[in-house]
Design a protein around this ligand. Sequence first.
Ligand SMILES: Cc1ncc(COP(=O)(O)O)c(C=O)c1O
Length: 363
Amino acid sequence: MGALAANENVRKLIPYVAGKPVEEVERELGITNIVKLASNESPLGPSPRALEAARRALENVRMYPEGSCHVLREKLSAHLGVPQQALMFGNGSDDLIHCLGLVFLQAGDEVVTGSPTFVRYEAAATLAGARYVEVPLRNYTYDLEALADAFTDRTRLVFVANPNNPTGTSNSAAEVDRLLQRLPERALLVLDEAYYEYVERTDYPDAIKSALEGKRVVVLRTFSKIHALAGLRVGYGIASEEIVGYVDQVREPFNVNSVAQYAAAASVDDVDHLQQSKSVNAAGKKQFYAAFDQLRLTHARSDANFVYVDLGRDASVVAEALLRKGVIIRSGRLMGNSTCARVTIGTAQENERFIQALSEVLS
Ligand SMILES: Cc1ncc(COP(=O)(O)O)c(C=O)c1O
């Protein structure tokens, strides 16, 4: 690129490939009534209370947002029972992953995580010139013993997506405890709980407790999944005051917009809506499991709002055929396994459309 000299770490970044927007598929294929089960979005949409709060907040957009997310901070602090100073907010939890990379990584450091997992951890490592150490999943699940075996004195950040994206599997409290016991002194464990509201297992770790007890733990959560506010971009983290202070140093001063702050705060209150979203998801999961079993397709047991399924053949070919039938899923090729796909759980009707289309494509 001529005389331009971009940072060499920037040149190594792999561009993020997002799921196709519905409008784009409709335009390209000339079809309507498309079902998108590709980006782990909530099929029920946000709480009406969140939408109402967003509309009200729009009236004031001439003003800068609260840089500290004051209203949302108070609300979440009470809801989660955590001190206000233990909370940090981002433009999506993506933003917080990026900030943690800026704070804790330098060239030559190491980031340890599972593979396949959420792709933004790699970007944080690459940008800092850190080594990205990927430990293969076992049985579609983070192998936390193997992760600990990969630790060195250069390990600074350890990312565990719990539940994991793309496989939906989760790790138990006992597994995470053992990992924490082996965490090197200068390393920090990031427990990314983007899907925690959907978790059904009963031995799920109390990650917030670990973060507040002064263990080197950061918990990440988001309003993009069960709260269905992905388009507004708001995520949060729970960590020690010291870590929150460092993130405050590197984040943009107004990283969460005002509409997002008020919508998220209102969403926290709508417990019934969240419960309904969780029930619809649990029922949809059963629908998927039954269909996959009938089609003799191996799948992971999910604690999230999507299921990872082995289609037994090139998943991008299947995804393309489904696309022509108006159903968008996420082929696993981008996520480490060419025969697997990640399918977001939709409404009962959307799930049925997908199952019907998949049966036709596979027969
Ligand atoms: C495991 C995991 N973490 C973080 C995110 C980022 O979510 P957001 O930036 O929308 O809060 C996602 C989104 O897909 C995810 O799957």
